[in-house]
Design a protein. Structure first.
Lengths: 117, 108
């Protein structure tokens, strides 16, 4: 299957700092990437859909000014958690949509575990 | 009503058992269907796509019933390593809809 990388895999930061997470599709071009958040023992929650070259579409209840998304190229999307607080601690997972030739489904990155102290 | 619904379980089955999960979807225009597997504290991984005629991959069989709007996953001869959460995913248009997942634990 297609490969998606995510960096960093784990980050611990102080409250008030900003954290940037990168998501890359390594062997395919992804016009659409998705950002999810998952709290312990809960299901995936879609935060936003990121389209290359245009503004991200945020789900209801997700603050666009707090979770900045940039999808500057067909292989890279970034999520910046601005002024992080302890309640932002979570498992952040990106996925990239592969095209028809590769099943037109989503492939997930390995996730970033964010802990805000 | 949720777009995709799954029984969260948990399903606790002995090794070697056969277990089946169902998933229902609400949008009759949905065109693609998938099963993902998510291990604890890991990302979801694509297990298999679900085709209209049904498809099999080793011990795993997926089926689609468009009339009743459900998909199923059958796991035969369960292994300990099958313990995970199984996510049903339905694609309608450009949107992907995830079920909440069904938890499976295979017991020695």
């Amino acid at each position: 299957g297609a490969v998606v990388s995510q960096h960093p895999s784990r980050v611990i930061c102080k409250s008030g700092t900003s954290v940037k997470i990168e998501c890359r599709s390594l062997d395919f071009q992804a016009t659409t990437m998705f950002w999810y958040r998952q709290f312990p023992k809960q299901s995936l929650m879609l935060m936003a859909t990121s389209n290359e070259g245009s503004k991200a579409t945020y789900e209801q209840g997700v603050e666009k000014d707090k979770f900045l998304i940039n999808h500057a190229s067909l292989t890279l999307s970034t999520l910046t958690v601005t002024s992080a607080h302890p309640e932002d601690s979570s498992f952040y997972i990106c996925s990239a949509r592969a095209g028809q030739g590769t099943g037109d489904t989503q492939y997930f990155g390995p996730g970033t575990r964010l802990t805000v102290l | 009503r949720k777009e995709v619904e799954q029984d969260p379980g948990p399903f606790n089955v002995p090794e070697g058992a056969t277990v089946a999960f169902n998933c229902t979807y609400s949008n009759s225009a949905s065109q693609s269907f998938f099963w993902y597997r998510q291990d604890c504290r890991k990302e979801p991984k694509l297990l298999m796509s679900v085709y209209s005629s049904g498809n099999e991959d080793g011990r795993f069989t997926a089926q689609l019933n468009r009339a009743s709007q459900y998909i199923s996953l059958l796991i035969r001869d369960s292994k300990l390593s099958d313990s995970a959460t199984y996510l049903c995913v339905v694609k309608a248009g450009n949107q992907f809809y995830f079920g909440t997942g069904t938890s499976l634990t295979v017991i020695p």
